[in-house]
Design a protein around this ligand. Structure first.
Ligand code: HAM
Length: 417
């Protein structure tokens, strides 16, 4: 074992997998930019106070934050998510509303690492600030759905809920406290502890002993104000109008505390149930104010890149890109021929690589094959004298032939299309 390896919960993304990561973000950008969202790139660390607004009773804040003091004595934290950062940026720069932004990048949470759960993980997401309209909720959710469609993912379930207005939610929390409190002995010790800190999160328990009580717990709909119920009805109607299928999940709670009204999660049905949330989001109408800004409604989502790609693997869609280059130059003369030919291919927009270190013809041909290139361009001493190049198609058949050095760019273009 080498002395140094990636820390638990972190990974190297090597190629060609890294090409898939980049394409993921490109596809996402194309979907949301076509809807008028612009990219925001917040810093990866901020004053820890920004993230305290995610909820003092959430694991993300109490247990999982990577926080540290810098040399100037500031208490900073690596961002565990980007919604709070986007809202902080909004308060700091005061752009005009509606402010529709998208982002992509790594986040950090000190979680117990396992497949699909990492300490550094990537998200793509959007946030809309300054819009109350339930049709904004619909737009946001539908954009996530259209993105999954663009990836080719089919086995995704949209779980939809509303946590109501803060007062509705507070009454619901009391009802949950009463429900679980009346059966404390039947609850797991972990859930008893959760109940003390954050009764909503007990609904999230996956422990078999808790299952019965969770299933019998009251649902939020009985606590919705008229306005919250109407908002939610419009959201559902809008999703139906767009043909975005959803399942009402009236016990769905999220891991962060800033949510009000619409909340949702996307479950990858091809993944293990414990780690199948490939994305989630909702409304957070109080967050901007909490961060010192004017009252500003907000809604958005974040999709986990790591997990969504696991779902893609499980469904056999959105494969890593194939070969990186179109042409591979094989040169046994040891001169500058390969150098010049490769350079002129690249300058003419044809991706190309070559072998180094004066390898044998056989070994260079092997490398050409491995590269995934569509053609090998072979230069020997005869070709140098004759001013020609041997063009050998490596994929999809086709005859090897000798072409004039001056015509090689055109000939390669014909082969690679
Ligand atoms: P979240 O549910 O904490 O929400 O994370 C969103 C997604 O990020 C999850 O569904 C999951 O796919 C991925 N994710 C979270 N933690 C991990 C992890 N440790 N390893 C791998 N993937 C992970 C948020 O972060 C909110 N900021 C979403 C939002 C945006 N709400 C409103 N706007």
């Amino acid at each position: 074992m080498p002395e140094f390896q990636t820390a638990p919960g972190t990974r190297d993304i090597l190629f060609p997998e890294s090409g898939r990561w980049r394409r993921f973000v490109e596809v996402f950008a194309s979907v949301v930019e076509a809807a008028g969202y612009g990219q925001v790139i917040p810093p990866m660390f901020e004053d820890i106070g920004v993230f305290h607004r995610l909820g003092e009773a959430t694991d993300v804040v109490t247990k999982e934050m990577y926080d540290f003091e810098d040399k100037g004595g500031r208490h900073l934290a690596l961002r565990p998510e980007q919604t709070a950062s986007v809202c902080r940026a909004f308060v700091q720069h005061r752009p005009t509303t509606p402010w529709k932004s998208w982002y992509a990048g790594p986040n950090f949470r000190y979680e117990s690492a396992q497949k699909g759960r990492y300490r550094q993980f990537d998200q793509v997401g959007i946030e809309v600030l300054g819009v109350e309209d339930p049709y904004a909720d619909v737009e946001v959710i539908a954009l996530a759905w259209r993105f999954y469609e663009a990836l080719g993912l089919r086995r995704v379930t949209l779980l939809l809920n509303s946590l109501g207005e803060p007062a509705d939610r507070a009454r619901y929390v009391e009802a949950l406290r009463a429900h679980f409190g009346a059966h404390l002995d039947a609850l797991s010790p972990e859930s008893r502890e959760t109940l003390r800190r954050n009764p909503l999160r007990v609904l999230d328990s996956k422990r078999p002993v808790d299952a019965e009580l969770v299933a019998a717990a009251p649902t939020i709909d009985a606590f919705w104000s008229e306005a919250a119920a109407a908002h939610f009805a419009t959201v559902q109607g809008g999703l139906r109008a767009l043909g975005v299928p959803f399942t009402a999940a009236l016990r769905l709670v999220r891991g962060l505390d800033y949510y009000r009204r619409t909340t949702f999660e996307f479950a990858g049905e091809a993944l293990d149930a414990a780690q199948n949330a490939v994305g989630g989001g909702g409304r957070y109408d109080g967050l901007v104010e909490d961060l010192g800004g004017p009252p500003t409604p907000g809604i958005g989502f974040a999709l986990g890149l790591d997990r969504t790609l696991l779902a893609c693997d499980a469904e056999g869609v959105f494969a890593p890109p194939g070969s990186m280059v179109s042409a591979f130059v094989v040169d046994t003369t040891g001169g500058a021929e390969a150098l010049e030919l490769t350079d002129s291919l690249r300058r003419n927009g044809i991706s190309a690589e070559r072998a180094f270190d004066g390898r044998s013809m056989k070994s260079q041909m092997k490398a050409a094959d491995r590269s995934g290139a569509a053609v090998a361009l072979i230069v020997g001493s005869d070709e140098v004298v004759a001013g020609t190049v041997v063009l050998r198609p490596l994929r999809g058949g086709g005859e090897q032939r000798t072409v004039a050095r001056a015509a090689v760019i055109d000939e390669v273009r014909k082969v690679i299309g």
